[in-house]
Design a binder for this molecule. Sequence first.
Ligand SMILES: [Mg+2]
Length: 103
Amino acid sequence: MTDIDIIRDNVHELERLAQLAEEAAELAQAALKLRRVYKSTGNPTPVTLQGAYQNLLEELADVKVCLAVLNLDASGTQWRVDQLAEEKLQRWAERLRPIETEA
Ligand SMILES: [Mg+2]
């Protein structure tokens, strides 16, 4: 039995979804903290650049684990997520194109 199987067998899907939401919120906080370290906002933090970056990686790993235990990393699902990501990437770049041509 794999680690993922043990978690799936013992933690209800609703709780695994709650865990994903919690870890996603922590990822958001880690990204904001790293931004705060990079950019002096007039509100200093004792966190180092290395510490903030390491924390971001840890929260990314936590989210990845949650996706795995929710089976959201399955190849069929991942194919659709990759497809949506490509569309969103194109849309984001499209919004920036007028800015790019003005510069
Ligand atoms: Mg976490």
